[in-house]
Design a protein around this ligand. Sequence first.
Ligand SMILES: [Zn+2]
Length: 119
Amino acid sequence: MKKSCPECGDKFQGRRDKVFCSAACRSTYNNRLNSDANNFVRNINNLLRKNRRILASLNPDGKTKVHKTKLLDAGFKFQYFTNQYITQGGKVYNFCYDQGYLELDKGYYALVYRKEYVA
Ligand SMILES: [Zn+2]
């Protein structure tokens, strides 16, 4: 049975479990997959660090209140955070590392800072 190599597209004959036409194609293919995964992780790490920087710069004293537009203007991405802290009263703080935020009324957010790591 002829197969086609997923890297170069060449047709080749081979054992049933053989996927690539050559070791070179196999390693090119796998290297690319790995680097895509690494890029994905790196981009998200950068977003998280940027979010943290934005929160830290808007919250130099460790506690403040800002409007959502200030965060968005700075490029803050609300969907990226590292962990959550839910109070007994059910309030949900999202954290980007040590910098956290809590949604308030009318588009305002409370910004907080946490020294200790909370899992
Ligand atoms: Zn090939």
